[in-house]
Design a protein around this ligand. Sequence first.
Ligand code: PBG
Length: 327
Amino acid sequence: MDLTIRPRRLRKGEILRKMVRETRMDPSSLIYPMFVREGEGIAEEIPTMPGQYRYSVDRMGEKLDRLKEAGVSSVILFGIPGYKDETGSGAWAEDGIVQKALRRMKKDFPQMYAITDVCMCEYTSHGHCGVLCGHEVDNDKTLELLSKTALSHVQAGADMVAPSDMMDGRVRAIRETLDQAGFQMTPILSYAVKYASGFYGPFRDAAGSAPAFGDRKGYQMDYHNSREGIKEALLDVEEGADLVMVKPAMTYLDLVAKVKEAVKVPVAAYSVSGEYAMIKAGAALGYIEEDKMICETAVSAYRAGCDLYLTYYAEEIAGFMKEGRIG
Ligand code: PBG
């Protein structure tokens, strides 16, 4: 057969295949989402996310040790507070759960990079991501509370804040507040392109943050839209976001690719709780092989163009990278 071009030539043997890989990754781009809760001596497994735990502050170190060992150097913290109220005041409390976790982490793991999720839904009695006016979330009043929350995180030691509420104007509001308090150098990672997604189900169980009525469609995006996602990303960069995120990841890789083209800041993709739970459940039933699914899913996000990858599988993925299986 007279074939000049044979794509299979570059697929012969492991060494060559690795040599011509188009997607390169490394553990420094992984961010592990971690749940911290009130109490002592607690590491409780999350029923809808087998293998993931809610840690009390005194036991966070167990996971942080393993992450460090694996080469994962950053985490994003989610707090599960001891009390909730109408405005979500636990979010900015001096002795709030995230604030306590930050102080502990900065003391015991000074090299670990601490990002915090800034949102009200874990702290409000109604489970919405802001203050209510009737049955609607009041955008502009919520900005003040988000800013206060972000500032209190930074004062407690957060290296970066990540607002996930999807209120309009929150990046600008948080930037102004941080600047006025002298934290000009603290970056903001905006959950800019965040869809109203069924894939958050297990997270809401884990954090006890499901809305008591209605849904989040009045602030999170409709998954039929992609141009709107670009608009959100551009707007947040204009407001001062240093990095932007697309969330969920797996079913929104088109957005990862488009946002990467549209903005000049680093792009993060968040492989959310439902993505994790699907792989876990499929593997537990013996329908799929967990390791293969983890690797393929992670690489797909990087191939689409993400620079940072938030994943509950961070420790495992770092291990596969080290082994040279991916990356
Ligand atoms: C807070 C927040 C959510 C997630 C991250 N930050 C839940 C939501 O918006 O309902 C979801 C993360 C996951 O599913 O892993 N607003």
